[in-house]
Design a protein around this ligand. Structure first.
Ligand code: PLP
Length: 447
């Protein structure tokens, strides 16, 4: 019963440092959030000790009478959160995270080398939707994602000018490529999806439609974005982004004569995973209880309002937002008109305690030097920030951009030389102080 502080002061101190970093910084990574005390209690509970291979009431280990109830509670709440009829939809809550959830769907529903079409990584897709790199020198392509190693993947893209998914091109390519599955969903796309169009294209080619709603599952649960469930065959999600739970994954499948239930359950275990992480599953269950409350709906509405406030303010300051704005939780800021790269902007923001990530934006020539950054509202909305606060954040970002331009004049184009100028820079230090004072004036849930 020795607390971590006494058992391992070195590690305890590192965790305290990370807590302090989260508290002092402006967390704008679109895939992150601050989960609740209740979720953290589940993660640190006795459930981490238990092996429970199998499904409730059909386990390979004894002693699962309590764990069975926890997993069933999680399944029940997951279906409730999306208004799903348990006769028509089932859910597997065991995936360790989003990537294993996606791979379990492919493993269960496809054969090796079947064809998959997902949104290209530089267009805002996720690695697990398939990704190759191309070597011009060797004139070859190399599969980066296991989805492209074990299946044949062809990406679809956003239109380089509008920033919207190019559904017409997807339709043309799908009619030639004849995919077995099309994956909808994204990691960096500021718009809602046209599920009708995806469905039409799938039907015309005999393809399954999978939606990976990882980024927006909280907004969908709250009814703030369209539901994919009417038109998709299978829906996956992570639970730690806009849903605000612990790190985990879920797979929702239609229950019909196609037998997805058995195929997906068997793909998760025994094909890909071993014992489920019941402490995570309990954390997801308690988060889903919160998702079902009116307060969570207000939270999701505020996430959207905050992302819009940020996009509008940055636009009014003369900056360019990909697709002209946002209708979800994230903004893609195109820095090319300023002559800055996403990498430099990420570095200067980091130095000022503003956490965001470099990201490709429509029209980028190379994924190696992304032309913009991705900025998300879920985490700071959890810290009770509202539109005026996001306008203030836009002002901080504007300061970052102005300082970055001055530093770039001195450093020249190389990232290394630019970064070297950040350390000890007085303007950056003054901005960091303002950011720290601002951030620490907001509450921090969970700890
Ligand atoms: N799917 C999407 C759309 C994502 O954005 C991510 C992660 O960012 C994942 C899947 C993978 O989730 P994880 O990192 O939990 O494996």
């Amino acid at each position: 019963l020795v607390p971590l502080k006494d058992h391992d002061p070195e590690l305890f101190d590192l965790i305290e440092q990370e807590k302090s970093r989260q508290w002092r910084s402006l967390e704008l990574i679109a895939s992150e959030n601050f989960t609740s005390r209740a979720v953290i209690e589940c993660l640190g509970s006795a459930l981490t000790n238990k092996y429970a291979e199998g499904l409730p009431h059909a386990r390979y280990y004894g002693g699962n009478e309590v764990v069975d109830q926890i997993e069933e509670l999680c399944q029940k709440r997951a279906l409730q959160a999306y208004g799903l009829d348990p006769e028509k939809w089932g859910v597997n809550v065991q995936p360790y995270s989003g990537s294993p959830a996606n791979f379990a769907v492919y493993t269960g529903l496809l054969k090796p080398h079947d064809r998959i079409m997902g949104l290209d990584l530089p267009s805002g897709g996720h690695l697990t939707h398939g990704f190759y790199t191309y070597s011009k020198k060797e004139n070859t392509r190399k599969a980066v994602s296991a989805t492209s190693v074990y299946f044949e993947s062809l990406p679809y893209r956003v239109h380089p000018e509008t920033g919207y998914i190019d559904y017409d091109q997807l339709e043309r390519d799908a009619s030639l490529f004849k995919p077995a599955m099309i994956v909808a969903g994204f990691s960096a796309y500021p718009r809602d999806l046209d599920y009708e169009r995806f469905r039409q294209i799938c039907d015309a080619n005999g393809a399954l439609l999978m939606m990976d709603m990882a980024h927006i599952s909280g907004l969908i649960a709250a009814g703030e974005l369209k539901s994919p469930f009417d038109l998709c065959d299978v829906v996956t999600t992570t639970t730690h982004k806009s849903l605000r739970g612990p790190r985990a994954g879920m797979i929702f499948f239609r229950k019909d004569e196609r037998g997805f239930e058995g195929k997906i359950n068997q793909a998760v275990f025994p094909a890909l995973q071993g014992g489920p992480h019941e402490h995570q599953i309990a954390g997801v269950a308690t988060q889903l209880k919160e998702v079902l409350t009116p307060e969570f709906k207000v939270y999701a509405q505020q996430v959207k309002k905050n992302a819009q406030a940020l996009a509008n303010k940055l636009t009014s300051l003369g900056y360019s937002m990909a697709s002209g704005g946002t209708e979800n939780h994230l903004v893609l800021w195109d820095l090319k008109p300023q002559g800055l790269t996403g990498s430099k902007f990420e570095k200067i923001c980091d130095a000022a305690c503003i956490t965001l990530n470099k990201n490709c934006v429509p029209g980028d020539r190379s994924a190696v030097t992304p032309g913009g950054v991705r900025i998300g509202a879920p985490a700071l909305t959890t810290r009770k920030m509202v539109e005026a606060d996001f306008e203030q954040i836009a002002m901080f970002l504007d300061e970052c951009a102005k300082i970055a331009l001055k530093l770039q004049e001195k450093s020249g184009p190389k990232l290394k030389d630019f970064v070297a100028l950040l350390d000890g820079n007085e303007e950056v230090a003054a901005l960091k102080k303002k950011v720290n004072d601002f951030a620490t004036s907001f509450p921090m849930p969970g700890f």
